[in-house]
Design a protein around this ligand. Structure first.
Ligand SMILES: [Zn+2]
Length: 255
């Protein structure tokens, strides 16, 4: 019985921290009274080293692996507050605008993969144009609140992410368009040569079409043929082959 009490105390203490890093685990461990530093206490400490996913006040799960290229962020799973990727860089690809804007950025590995994807497309005669990548928590908050003023919160939630839940904040997403689309993001992109090429080849460079058609019950979003998400070549190939959503692939189905 004691064992479970100690474990519960440790979990509660950790939940108050922003992340469960090794450093914090040490602090938590040393906070246990010496008299309880028994085998049970050590077991309890070992227990908390398993990923613990905290919940926000709104009932969202806070992901424990924001830096992983396999991170799953969606309407139920949010990034830790204030998360900013540390290796953001501007991929050397065509954008529909020239000036530097933060949304030109992606994480290094994803940026390199995007460059490979764009040059492969070009070799096949397809001119992809990048539109929007990294978006900070603050930027998403502004966008979301602007939509709420026009459409109301319920409607806004169907097409815009609550701050912290946008995949663009991971630095692993890029919206892609073309001149034929007048650089707009629209479902008709699917029917263009560039859109078809992307659907067929994105996975070869480590990307998936994150929000496939007819899967909004699972992903929470309507079809977005322009939204690319980097997950690495191996996983992207499997997701493509199995023709599943990221939620299904990693077993994070909405409850
Ligand atoms: Zn997007």
């Amino acid at each position: 019985m004691k064992k479970y009490l100690v474990a519960a105390a440790v979990v509660i203490t950790l939940s108050a921290c922003s992340t469960g890093t090794a450093e914090e685990e040490v602090k938590v461990s040393s906070a246990i009274p010496v008299s309880q530093k028994t085998v049970e206490a050590r077991e309890a400490t070992a227990y908390v080293k398993k990923p613990i996913e905290e919940m926000t006040e709104e009932g969202l799960t806070v992901v424990h692996n924001p830096e992983s290229v396999a991170v799953v962020v969606n309407k139920q799973r949010t990034l830790p507050e204030g998360y900013t990727p540390e290796d953001l860089t501007v991929p050397d690809v065509d954008f529909y605008f020239d000036e530097f804007l933060p949304k030109k950025q992606m994480r290094k590995e994803a940026a390199t993969a995007l460059e490979e994807l764009f040059s492969a497309a070009e070799k096949d005669g397809q001119q992809l144009v990048a539109a929007s990548g990294y978006r900070s928590y603050e930027r998403q908050k502004t966008i979301f609140n602007n939509y709420v003023e026009v459409y109301g919160e319920e409607k806004t939630k169907t097409f815009s992410a609550i701050p912290g839940t946008s995949e663009h904040q991971t630095g692993l997403a890029m919206d892609v368009t073309s001149a034929e689309m007048s650089f707009q993001l629209d479902q008709s992109f699917r029917d263009t040569d560039e859109g078809k090429w992307l659907a067929d080849h994105a996975h070869e460079y480590g990307f998936i079409i994150r929000y496939p058609e007819g899967e909004e019950d699972i992903t929470g979003y309507t079809f977005e043929p322009w939204h690319l998400r980097y997950i690495g070549k191996e996983k992207a190939a499997e997701v493509h082959e199995q023709s599943v959503t990221l939620e299904e692939f990693f077993g994070f189905m909405p409850e």
